[in-house]
Each structure stands twice: as structure tokens, then as C-alpha cells.
Design a protein around this ligand. Structure first.
Ligand code: ATP
Length: 438
């Protein structure tokens, strides 16, 4: 049943709070704008997203290696990369009643979208969070929390080349926290101030960028549709016009999703050329060139970078999966999540609290653990209520242990999307679930 786009985000916000996916950070103290905590199901789902990214970007490939660099890096890094001067958004403040601050490129005209008051002139605001290293808070001790993980990959480029057997073309991938002091966080976790980035820098020979750029555009789109199950018609590619490119980019394509508030960036794929390695080589005065054993040339490689936030993927998947329908004359809410990303993949539910059933159900649960994300659900009232709870958190398969199980060593698999049921021998269960999952 189609759910109105206007209501969808509110429904997701309510569901994720009610069912333990996401909570406002420090809520008992009134919260802090642009920060969210992940509850048990949210954590499970975000880990699944990160693992699937890592699997497809690193583990299933020969040409990409991993890295974890620090969240705090010295000011020189950000001076060289251009973030100190260029990582800014234009800020305008309401001079009327509400005094709200806005990103100038997000408002039309000169009046406040909130109260209609006049807006002041735009001034530039740097999005990096600043702090100090050591006990003295002076200019020399100033450092920044990273707004992207990419710089770690450039700063460590030579270390990776010298300590491993990588050969251009190759990539360095990293996942980790990034911090941006966004002027207007919002749309739930679409725009937050602390988030989890997943970035890969793919190094190619100078001017061999176009082919790699095309390859990664296709490859990244495929990840959303084939691995995460995002609806193709809700995705599109947006090529940035030259005048709106970031300071480091020659060419950028965004993979956009049709959010309830309109099309928005899900992932950015940027052609960073040799911008970053060049500026770091200049400023650090270290030789960052690469000696190509095939061509016997020494050069600074060019870079193609796919970059996406795990939190933004998570909100996309929830919005894409949300549905309401009617089962046995009763309305239900269901998250039609791909089994790959469902926080619980299999729920094992004994039909009643009889000890014989509990014993078998717990045995079944233990036999599936490790291979699947499994939850055992004995509480929560009658079986219908327990199914509905699992539907709401997106569990694709419920395994029901009933009195017949004691005789025939078989259980029922209930499918979330159709609510169809099938009977399977306990011994054949893992294999059947693998088939259903893929
Ligand atoms: P915008 O112009 O919308 O502020 P951007 O173009 O600066 O964003 P990128 O630097 O391209 O964003 O960020 C790469 C990816 O990181 C985005 O596609 C998105 O998935 C994620 N991301 C960026 N900023 C945020 C944020 N504030 N909250 C959550 N995810 C973010």
C-alpha cells in the first residue's frame, strides 16, 4: 500500500525510536541537534551495511587494501588539503523573530523560511570541529576532527605503497567517523554532525581517470540495487555542472535517491585528479611520487573516489523498505528490507511457553547462530503479535516451533513479505534459509 511521502519520514522517525533503531543523542538532557545514538537494531543494521561495503570494496577484490587513520589530524593536513579555506558553507542568519541560521544555498530569496523575517548577508562558515592537543589551548595546539577520511589515505599513500605489494591501479579503503559542524542538520539522520564515512581512493595512472570513473559509477550503483536491494527507480545519477564542483574535483557524479523531501545525494563519486597528493607533497616536502615498474615512469597517480555515509545508506534503506498493508483483515507495518541488511534475519518463535517447545526452539536458534543474525522471541504475547513485531523491524523469516515439531522434527518458515508459510525439517533449515536469502 503506498504511504504518503509527506508522512513517511515521521513514520520512520517514530518506528525507529519505538523499535530500538535510533535515539536522539543524550535525550534525557534534551538532546543535541545533529547527533543520534544507534539502538540494538540500528547497530545491527549499520554493521551489516559497513560489512557489505567492506566485503564488496575490499575483500572480494584483488586491487583494494584497507586503512584506518586517526580521527584527529594536525592542522597542516587541512591547510594542505584546502579544507581550512574551502570547506565552508555560506551562512545567513534571520534578523527577524526566530534568529535561525540557514545555509544560504538552501534558501531562496532574502526572507527567513521559518518566520519570514529578513536575512543578513551571507558569510562563510568553516564546517570543521576544532579542538586542542595537550594542556595548552593556543594556536600551536589547534587540531581538527576529520570531516572526511580521505586525507588519511593520501597522507599514508607512501606508507601503503612501501609496505605492501600494491601496484597502480589500486585502491585504499577506509571506514570511520567523520565530523562536520553542519549549519542546518536535519531530515533525521540524512544530515548529521557526526557520522560514519565509507571512502575509497582508487589510484590510477595520470590521465587514465575517465575509464576508472565510469567503472566506479556503474559498480557503486550496482551495489545499491543488487546487494542492498534498493529500488532502481528511486535512484538516479546526477552529474555536477563544472561551476558547482568541490575545490579538489574535476568531475563528480552523485548517486541520488528520491527521499520524501526530494532527490538528494546518497553517494558522491569524484575525480580528485592528483590534487591531494600534489598539495601534500608540496607542503610536507616529502616525495610522494610512485615509481611505476611497468612503464618505468615516476608520477603522482590520479584518484577516483566513491564516498558515502553509512548513516545515509541506513535512512535510505528504511525509507525504501517501509510499507503498510493488511493481513487477515488487520493493518500491519512492514519493513521490506533485503535479508542482507535486516537487523534480524531469522526470528525463532515457540508457539507457546511449554518447556518442550522452548527447548527445541532454543536448539534451533543455537544451530543458526553465527550463520545468520538470529533472535529468539518467546515473550510479547500471542504468535500474531510476535510476527507483527518482527515485520516492523524487517525480519524476513520467522521460524515457528509448534506441537507437531515434537513429532516430525519440522518447523514452519513464515515469509515476511507474503506471510506464506512452508514446513521444513530442522536438519534442512540452514540450507533452505541460505536459498531464501540469496
Ligand atoms: P553537502 O553539499 O550536501 O553538504 P557534500 O557534497 O559536501 O554534501 P560529500 O563530501 O560528497 O558531501 O560527502 C560524501 C558522502 O558522505 C555523502 O554522499 C553522504 O553520503 C555522506 N555525508 C556527507 N555529509 C553528511 C552528513 N552531514 N550527515 C550524514 N552523511 C553525510
Amino acid at each position: 500500500m503506498p504511504v504518503s511521502r509527506e508522512q513517511l519520514m515521521d513514520k520512520i522517525v517514530a518506528l525507529t525510536k519505538r523499535r530500538g533503531f535510533l535515539y536522539p543523542s543524550s535525550e534525557i538532557y534534551g538532546g543535541i541537534s545533529g547527533f543520534y545514538d544507534y539502538g540494538p537494531y540500528g547497530v545491527a543494521m549499520k554493521r551489516a551495511i559497513r560489512d557489505l561495503w567492506w566485503r564488496h570494496m575490499v575483500e572480494l577484490r584483488d586491487d583494494v587494501v584497507g586503512l584506518e587513520s586517526t580521527l584527529i589530524m594536525p592542522s597542516e593536513v587541512w591547510a594542505a588539503s584546502g579544507h581550512l579555506t574551502n570547506f565552508v558553507d555560506p551562512l545567513r542568519q534571520c534578523l527577524g523573530e526566530c534568529k535561525k541560521r540557514w545555509r544560504a544555498d538552501h534558501v531562496l530569496g532574502d526572507r527567513c523560511p521559518e518566520c519570514g523575517g529578513p536575512l543578513d548577508d551571507a558569510r562563510m562558515f568553516n564546517l570543521m570541529f576544532k579542538t586542542h592537543v595537550g594542556p595548552v589551548e593556543d594556536r600551536a595546539s589547534e587540531v581538527y576532527l576529520r570531516p572526511e577520511t580521505a586525507q588519511g589515505m593520501f597522507v599514508d599513500f607512501k606508507n601503503v605503497v612501501n609496505s605492501t605489494r600494491v601496484r597502480v591501479p589500486f585502491g585504499i579503503a577506509q571506514q570511520g567517523r567523520a565530523f562536520r559542524n553542519e549549519i542546518t542538520p536535519g531530515n533525521f539522520i540524512f544530515r548529521v554532525r557526526e557520522f560514519e564515512l565509507m571512502e575509497m581512493e582508487y589510484f590510477v595512472r595520470p590521465h587514465h581517470d575517465e575509464e576508472a570513473f565510469d567503472y566506479w559509477r556503474k559498480e557503486r550503483l550496482r551495489w545499491y540495487t543488487d546487494v542492498l536491494g534498493v529500488k532502481r527507480e528511486r535512484l538516479r545519477m546526477y552529474d555536477h555542472p563544472k561551476e558547482s564542483l568541490s575545490h579538489y574535483s574535476k568531475q563528480t557524479t552523485d548517486i541520488e535517491y528520491e527521499f520524501p523531501f526530494g532527490w538528494g545525494e546518497l553517494e558522491g563519486i569524484a575525480n580528485r585528479t592528483d590534487f591531494d597528493l600534489t598539495v601534500h607533497q608540496e607542503r610536507s616536502k616529502q616525495d610522494l611520487t610512485y615509481m611505476d615498474p611497468e612503464t618505468n615512469e615516476r608520477y603522482l597517480p590520479w584518484v577516483i573516489e566513491p564516498a558515502v555515509g553509512a548513516d545515509r545508506v541506513l535512512i535510505t534503506l528504511l525509507l525504501d523498505a517501509y510499507d503498510e498493508d493488511v493481513v487477515n483483515n488487520e493493518p500491519r507495518v512492514v519493513l521490506r528490507l533485503h535479508p542482507n541488511v535486516a537487523p534480524v534475519q531469522v526470528a525463532v518463535v515457540p508457539l507457546s511457553k511449554k518447556q518442550e517447545l522452548i527447548d527445541v526452539a532454543q536448539r534451533v536458534q543455537q544451530s543458526l547462530r553465527g550463520q545468520f543474525r538470529v533472535e529468539y522471541d518467546q515473550t510479547g504475547g500471542n504468535i500474531g503479535r510476535r510476527y507483527r513485531r518482527q515485520d516492523e523491524i524487517g525480519t524476513p523469516f520467522c521460524i515457528t516451533v509448534d506441537f507437531d515439531t515434537l513429532q516430525d522434527e519440522a518447523v514452519t518458515i513464515r515469509l515476511r513479505d507474503t506471510t506464506e508459510q512452508e514446513r521444513v525439517k530442522i536438519a534442512a533449515l540452514p540450507e533452505r534459509l541460505v536459498t531464501l536469502t540469496s
